[in-house]
Design a protein around this ligand. Sequence first.
Ligand code: LMR
Length: 399
Amino acid sequence: MFEHVQPAPPDAILGLTEAYKADPRPGKINLAVGVYKDQDGTTPVLKAVKAAEKALLAAESTKSYFPIDGPAAYGRAVRALLFGDADPRVDDGRARTAATPGGTGGLRVVADYLHVNHPDATLWLTRPTWANHPHIFAAAGVTTQAFPYLDASGFALDFDAMLAALREVMAGDVVLLHGCCHNPTGVDPDIEQWQQIGDVLAERGAVPLMDFAYQGFGVGIEEDAAGLRAVAERCDEVLICSSFSKNFGLYNERVGALTVVAGSPDAAAAVMTRVKQSIRRNYSNPPAHGLSVVQTVLADETLTKQWTDELSAMRQRIHAMRGALKTGLDERGVRLAPTGNGFITAQRGMFTMSGLSAPAVQTLRDDHGIYVVGDGRINVAGITPGNVAKLCDAIAAVA
Ligand code: LMR
């Protein structure tokens, strides 16, 4: 069976981390995968997470299975983050939540659910989107199509083209939107644009699928949910995949959630039985540790405050590094966009879409030991005061 298997190409993002690890050069820099680093270049365990882990270790009395969709208290905590604590959908049954292994796990559950229960639905993706999105849906047998997102400059939203494309989607299609901090571009619609997107999807009878992996990395926890909430106000049916990899720093614990919003509690309950089928056939029930950490932090006011403070500090450091990158390039006379480098500080979240060409990206890696994604995406959260000068020198040499 295995004699004639051809090796697969490396993953567009995680494959670069493998290559980076194998690179013997000192001073190499990994700005490919979206992982936060502090100013010393380490990815810390948040203090709120450590405190929750200590409490969990002391209190743990069993390792028996969780329900297929995870603990109800976790689902409630997720919905409170999504909609705000006072929103009726936190408790009234119109929204139901299943714990998933990371955001990717949630997306794959959605994909399996769609394939089995809505086989004619097309899944629409922004062009560009996270490199793994099309693969997740294709692997589950879901048809995907793309709609325009950026204008010809590659640095700004082409809202008219996006909306025109969304006006053509069919009833029952699913449109995947990045709730905030669009990956890879860092370019988000503003609130009026989100409202219009919600209106168009409601008119079309299409279902938004919000990929929400960076809440708190843009402007703040509440502010970053504004687009998602505007869409969910207008569309009765919404799917939301949360990830806590970044905002809790729980990358390797694989903790996320899938929230289904339906027009009625009965409809939501019925969909959740189908979601649970998909989960059971896939990984049976969720891993406990990561979600228990999130649940413990969010159930405790002091830990929640500690977490939000730590999240603010991460966000502020990323903003500072955006500024340092822009200044460093300006000082070297490098203009990555025809209008200058202002896009770097205007974009939100972990990433900047630098506009660097594929050959420039390759030269960065070959000649300078600097790894960024092939489409020019740079993980700003991996830039530090110690590596920004080398990065700017290298970009000046290749751009
Ligand atoms: C990224 O885009 O770098 C992150 O979401 C990590 C991943 O799994 O690709």
